[in-house]
Design a protein around this ligand. Structure first.
Ligand code: ATP
Length: 308
């Protein structure tokens, strides 16, 4: 699900010059938004995936066309306002971004989307909710989707931050999995954590706001992850790899977990697959893509340890 997709535009420049014209012939434009990264990576892994959310105007049509060309199934709700652009200027080793807030979705469009979601979820075993909500959606919108998914026994993997995450954690129906990184965990609990003290991170996952969430995967970038499944804790250690572009590795981790769930893998293999998928994404130039052969190679080198 991508509730605020974008066309991700990247401009590589040798030097960014201010207050004058910068020219480039190397632009790339891709269907973006965290949910679409998840979609693409599940597709790369060979999973049966369908993309949904809202798309508007010519920008929305561009995204729909890109998905069509990639052979990815889609059922979006059309909205009147134009889908946004997200611009990244890559210059002198820096990444300067210009992010549009995007369209405002009307009440009528929200109702249409909810109707579509109710139909789609009947065919889904796993639902991933990623990223921010477009303006106009109520702040408890993810909570509403989680409640609908629950009625159809679809498992919801939620990857969002800030207020939308806090809202869901306050709600009565919980997602099946959340995947905060360290910064997001700090934001949720108002505390600082360090990779040097994993036991403090483990302890933090016992906080009342996390009660009844079956899986919490705290992803730690190149340091792997720490996970809680029901009453058990796991430390996942990953080998050092050569990294090309780690953006979207968190989305790829969600994709790997969704695929592992749909395939019915055992707990430790679920963890290995989600980490291996995040790692494989970090080795691609394009955001939200994996080479399944690399995923398999990494999978074999990952160690999962149950911790007390
Ligand atoms: P993003 O917001 O960029 O999608 P994130 O902060 O949500 O990322 P990370 O913890 O950075 O998520 O990455 C998720 C997983 O991807 C890690 O647990 C790890 O398996 C893999 N990964 C990310 N960065 C690296 C890296 N530099 N080296 C090896 N693996 C990595």
């Amino acid at each position: 699900m991508t509730m605020n997709p974008s066309i991700d535009i990247s401009y590589p420049l040798d030097t960014l010059r201010l207050d004058t014209v910068n020219r480039t012939d190397q632009v790339t434009k891709t269907a973006g938004g965290k949910g679409l990264n998840v979609t693409r990576v599940i597709h790369d892994l060979g999973g049966d995936v369908l993309a949904t959310g809202v798309l508007g105007g010519f920008h929305g049509a561009f995204i729909a066309d890109q998905l069509r060309q990639a052979g990815i199934k889609q059922e979006f709700t059309a909205i009147k306002e134009e889908t946004r652009d997200s611009i990244a200027i890559l210059h002198e080793g820096n990444q300067t971004e210009i992010l549009e807030a995007g369209p405002t979705v009307s009440e009528e469009e929200t109702a249409l989307f909810l109707k579509k979601f109710q139909e789609l979820v009947q065919r889904a075993t796993v639902v991933t909710l990623s990223g921010s909500l477009a303006k106009g959606f109520p702040s408890n919108f993810y909570q509403q989707l989680i409640e609908i998914a629950k009625t159809q026994n679809a498992k919801v993997l939620l990857d969002t931050s800030g207020e939308s995450l806090k809202q869901v954690l306050k709600g009565k129906t919980k997602p099946y999995l959340i995947k905060p990184n360290l910064e997001e965990l700090e934001g949720l609990l108002g505390k600082e954590f360090s990779l040097k003290d994993l036991s403090a991170i483990k302890e933090a996952l016992l906080a009342p706001i996390f009660t009844e969430i079956e899986w919490i995967v705290v992803s730690l970038g190149k340091a792997g992850a720490l996970a809680k499944h029901r009453e058990s804790f796991y430390r996942i250690e990953i080998p050092t790899i050569e990294v090309v572009n780690p953006v979207g590795s968190g989305d790829s981790t969600i994709a790997g977990f969704a695929y592992a769930l749909a395939e019915g893998l055992e707990t430790e293999d679920q963890l290995k697959l989600c980490m291996a998928t995040g790692m494989a994404n970090a080795q691609e130039r394009r955001t939200g893509h994996v080479d399944p052969a690399k995923v398999q190679t990494h999978f074999k080198k990952i160690a999962v340890k149950k911790i007390e």
